[in-house]
Ligand binder design. Sequence first.
Ligand SMILES: [Cu+2]
Length: 221
Amino acid sequence: MQNRLGRTVLSRALVVLTAAGILMAGLLTGIADAHGSTTDPPSRNYGCWARWGSDFQNPTMATRDPMCWQAWQADSNAMWNWNGLYRENVKGNHQGSIPNGQLCSAGRTQDGRYNSMDTVGAWQMASKSNRFTLTITDQARHGADYIYVYVTRQGFNPATQPLGWGNLERVAQTGKIAPNGTYQVQVNAPGRTGRHVVYTIWQASHLDQSYYFCSDVNFTG
Ligand SMILES: [Cu+2]
């Protein structure tokens, strides 16, 4: 009798402990795996994931959305890990850490997983007026030390020219932002029409982790 009661108590305790263990593991991997990206206007890899993630082997992508097609062919993990385009320990020296022509891959970060983001071509654009709201989605609730938003200068053509620091003008920046699921930045980029790249640097607050995102926009004025 006492033996059976003891076993019951023990097995219940095990069930509770196991459930707690699974929950802990889930929380820990959630923190380790999830980060974020610019989701509006969508970063290149977030956009390719959002448009094609459920249909990434569809060969019509090659003609309908060729820049996404080359990205999926190069390394599909750039899309599955759309929230992982970052470098660590940059110490604020973004321009010194990322060579011209490699801005959209954060200097070929993560062993080159995101190199296809640097491919020069006619990436699909989001239409925006010169005043728009930029949204970063932060799945990990890292917070921000700051967010910088750059836009290409009028006359530069990202469909034919590799993106360099000299092609960009910083048009918005924030101070510290408390951890949340999304951060919005009001951007004003006057005097621009047509194809442009919006370049976002998100400096996370939990450690020296810097994110770099290229978003393609069509300015309607
Ligand atoms: Cu992170």
